[in-house]
Design a protein around this ligand. Structure first.
Ligand code: F6R
Length: 614
């Protein structure tokens, strides 16, 4: 889940490469590098540095290099620690071939062994360096790019996208793609290449999304595209209309805070958008109304926050349209038995539409002829292109690594979809469908207002107090359990505080032993009277053992309010939308704790926004 970017054209490449990398830094920020061909003597030059892109920018200001052909990289470490040595580009023995790479070479151990035996010397712990040495080997046999590349890809196993500059071919950028994405932007006398077209959005409109298992030779004058077996492929040029807006923090300390505050608008935009596609929805999703009518099962899949949204939505589909849901974790799915069922649909939930685990699951299900739908926030994403259909959320670009508005708009879209299916199945009326849209807007209002209500006490009193704890326990029941999972994930990823989450009823089966005064217990309530009563009993169990309780309670839940040490009172909404109503306040609370601890909130350690490796 690194990013690769490249440029060949009449301009110097460095400016674009650095700008492109900064747009894609969401894919990793452990180190960065740049390589170019010196226009004076056609020598391959490079610079690389550990840490965020700004270190590379500073290095290049001090020791400038540039050329009309250049490539760059930001890294999310998979093989080898984050260090200058492991930063890309990597080279062959003679430093005539440079490679920047996103992906994993699965047979790197075997290859390294073979290459070392043949006399190659390695300088890093990365799997990428193997590509450069192997390419050196293939080039010395074939003495031309095309044959060498066919040979090279025949020896590599894994999922990878890399671009390469070779000193002896100074006018060419070499692109190779298997599973991981790569695209080419075709400009006027210039070519842009990148892992994600956002890198060159606004600079050209004609884009070639490289097909799986293909390689390309990209020059200022044109592009040659080939299958892995070396046969030529036609260039399918698509016109795309994606622009790049400078997304500033607009006065907020962090993008995460800005995005927390954008949620009400994002929910409104998602509701309005879905309302406007009301009758086109099945065509968008690549299914027919008849197929929807006959659905016996809905499969939901995602990773991390998107999986939590799917877990909450399980309650929507099962309650509102009375269709059983099978929930799958993207990272587990392909390694578990799969029983393809007739009359089922597979909805892949992904903010980015690039998450490798979820994407591979979509590819696998496509082979069974079961309708696949990408529920995503990015209309230009790989998942949207590869799934049979789509549902688009309207969160706008989410920059902070920790997902906020993508989560709330996923819940919004899934709640709406559950009602739309129920309407198709004649379980609810048109008026009830309209009513569901209103309910979403009310929940969005509550989401925002509760932040305002508690903002000051969180900043002044609660965040400083709870930032001192090293661990917390999260509890929920029914749909507030997956919400508790999401809350704990937010705390862990931005504040680095350990958190364990349980369905509240499970406490007495073991975790109750963890309760002490030093471990705050955070409880997310539910409006359903029976679930609330059960939850209350669990809270009493905690209280009786000296537990310290922070409760997200709904208005009028006096017993819970009475038991808690700290209470956030949430106005009532439609019971299934309880998690959505609590979302803003929960995120704000943990954001404030992370800020108190002075964490790098928008780019937490070890993480990246888009996880494009399995
Ligand atoms: C957490 C977070 C991640 C993502 C997960 C899936 O705040 O953002 O857990 O939700 O990596 O990403 P997408 O939704 O892009 O597939």
């Amino acid at each position: 889940m690194c990013s690769v970017v490249g440029y060949v054209g009449a301009d110097y490449s460095r400016k674009f490469v650095l700008e492109g990398l900064s747009r894609l830094e969401y894919r990793g920020y452990d180190s960065a590098g740049f390589a170019c061909i010196d226009p004076d003597d056609n020598r391959l030059m490079y610079a690389k540095s550990e840490g965020k892109l700004r270190s590379l920018v500073a290095l290049l200001e001090k020791e400038p290099i540039d050329g009309f052909v250049g490539i760059g990289h930001t890294r999310w470490a998979t093989h080898g620690v984050s260090s200058q040595q492991n930063a890309h580009p990597h080279f062959d023995c003679e430093k005539l071939i440079s490679v920047v790479h996103n992906g994993i070479i699965e047979n790197h151990h075997v290859l390294k062994h073979e290459l070392e035996a043949a006399g190659h010397t390695f300088h890093s712990e990365t799997d990428t360096e193997i590509i450069a040495h192997l390419f050196e080997d293939s080039l010395s046999t074939y003495n031309e790019l095309h044959g060498a590349l066919v040979d090279l890809v025949g020896r590599l196993q894994g999922a990878y996208a890399f671009i390469s500059l070779v000193q002896n071919y100074p006018d060419t950028i070499i692109l190779v793609r298997k599973r991981s994405p790569l695209c080419i932007g075709i400009g006027q006398g210039e070519m842009f290449v990148a892992s994600d077209m956002l890198a060159f959005a606004g600079k050209c409109r004609n884009v070639v999304f490289m097909p799986d298992e293909s390689f390309a030779l990209v020059r200022k004058s044109g592009v040659e595209l080939y299958r892995f077996d070396g046969t030529p492929l036609p260039l399918l040029v698509q016109e795309v209309d994606v622009t790049w807006d400078m997304y500033e923090k607009q006065g907020h300390d962090h993008y995460m805070l800005k995005e927390i505050y954008e949620q009400k608008t994002a929910i409104h935009n998602t509701v309005n958008f879905l309302h406007s596609v009301k009758d086109r929805i099945w065509a968008d999703m690549g299914v027919t109304g008849e197929q929807i009518f006959q659905l016996d099962t809905i499969n939901l899949i995602g990773c991390g926050t998107s999986w939590h949204a799917g877990y909450i939505a399980k309650f929507f589909f099962e309650t509102i349209c009375m269709i059983p849901v099978q929930l799958h974790l993207g990272s587990e799915f392909r390694y578990l038995p799969f029983f393809p069922a007739k009359n089922s649909i597979f909805i892949a939930i992904s903010q980015s539409g690039e998450t490798a685990n979820t994407l591979e699951a979509v590819r696998m299900v496509n082979e069974f002829n079961i309708p696949t739908v990408a529920l995503t926030n990015v209309s230009s994403s790989t998942m949207l292109r590869e799934a049979g259909g789509f549902v688009l959320t309207q969160a706008g670009r989410e920059i902070a690594v920790a997902s906020t508005k993508a989560f709330s708009t996923q819940i919004t879209a899934l709640y709406w979809l559950a009602h739309r299916i129920a309407y198709e199945k004649k379980i609810i009326t048109a008026a009830q469908l309209e009513g569901a849209q209103e309910d979403l807007l009310i929940a969005a209002e509550v989401l925002e207002n509760t932040i305002e209500n508690y903002k000051l006490s969180i900043i002044k009193e609660l965040a400083p107090r709870y930032a001192r704890y090293g661990k917390m326990i999260f509890l929920g029941r029914h749909s507030s359990y997956p919400f508790a999972l999401e809350a704990a994930l937010k705390l862990k990823e931005i504040a680095y505080i350990f958190a364990a989450t349980y369905p509240a009823g499970e406490l007495k089966h073991g975790p109750l032993a963890l309760i002490d005064a030093d471990t705050p217990v955070i409880i997310f309530s539910h409006q359903d009277p029976i679930i609330y009563q059960k939850l209350l009993a669990n809270v009493q169990e905690v209280k009786a053992r000296g537990g310290h309780i922070i409760a997200f309670a709904f208005e009028g839940q006096y017993e819970l309010i009475g038991l808690a040490d700290v209470v956030f009172e949430i106005p009532r909404v439609k019971p299934l939308l309880g998690p959505l109503a609590m979302t803003g306040l929960m995120q704000f609370f943990f954001y404030a704790i992370a800020k108190e601890l002075d964490r790098p909130i928008d780019k937490p350690r070890n993480l990246a926004k888009s996880v494009t490796v399995e």
